[in-house]
Design a binder for this molecule. Structure first.
Ligand code: URA
Length: 230
């Protein structure tokens, strides 16, 4: 791997700042000062920045309790993003595994393991997601059957995949779906002549939002949680 890429990956520095660090003689490879950003590193090489040895971070996996008002994006000029809630190095290498709308709260998974992210989000994997939903009005009585047999969403070619509904009150439900189209849950209830007024994600596959996490808090996933995504 190129030296500048390695430094960018193991620190929070942008490529531009890496170049500056090299020019300012802050980088050593195997104890020798190096300025050449394109130097090709071998696995045995030791890289130091300001005398600190840089080590590649292992893959990281977090669950975050997303508050409303935070965007599931890596950067945005108008809103704070979920990454602003993480106190971690190398934020630029983290990816959000399945986005929530700005006003939706609940479970968000964040990782720098691209393959794991793909397993969570690929439509072909049909990873289940469960949402707690508050509705504007009482839900129609045959909603279960309609959701089970599939709903025609506006401007979609295919019906939604079978979804499971649990009624918690006349206008409060738990919905489990196995796909993640844009605004999917809101559009599903709109197709049932209703409107979502609160949406909270409780579960993705075998990973349930930890009750101990307040909105805005996060924690690393356990091995069991990581491995539950097949
Ligand atoms: N479905 C929605 O409509 N919004 C979300 O944030 C997640 C699922």
């Amino acid at each position: 791997m190129r030296l500048d890429k390695y430094i960018a990956q193991t620190t929070d520095l942008s490529r531009a700042l890496v170049k500056l660090a090299l020019r300012n003689k802050r980088v050593q490879v195997n104890g020798q000062q190096v300025k050449d950003a394109s130097l090709n590193l071998s696995p045995a090489d030791t890289v130091q920045l300001d005398g600190e040895t840089l080590r590649p971070a292992g893959p990281r996996y977090f669950m975050l309790h997303k508050p409303a008002g935070y965007l599931c994006a890596t950067t945005d000029s108008h809103h704070p993003t979920v990454l602003d809630l993480l106190d971690e190095p190398n934020l630029h290498s983290l990816q959000i595994a399945g986005r929530l709308d700005l006003d939706t709260t609940g479970l968000v998974l964040i990782t720098d393991d691209g393959q794991w992210n793909h397993r969570v989000t690929s439509p072909r994997r049909e990873c289940q997601k469960t949402y707690h939903v508050k509705l504007a009005t009482d839900l129609i009585c045959d909603a279960e059957e309609k959701l089970q047999s599939g709903i025609q969403l506006h401007s979609e070619k295919q019906l939604t995949r079978p979804a499971r509904l649990e009624r918690l009150g006349s206008n409060e439900v738990r919905l489990t779906i196995s796909e993640g189209k844009y605004h999917q849950v809101k559009r599903m209830f709109a197709a049932l002549d209703n409107r979502v007024i609160e949406l909270h994600r409780e579960r993705i596959g075998g990973i349930t939002l930890d009750d101990a996490l307040q909105a805005g808090d996060y924690r690393p996933l356990s091995e069991t949680e990581i491995n539950s995504i097949e």
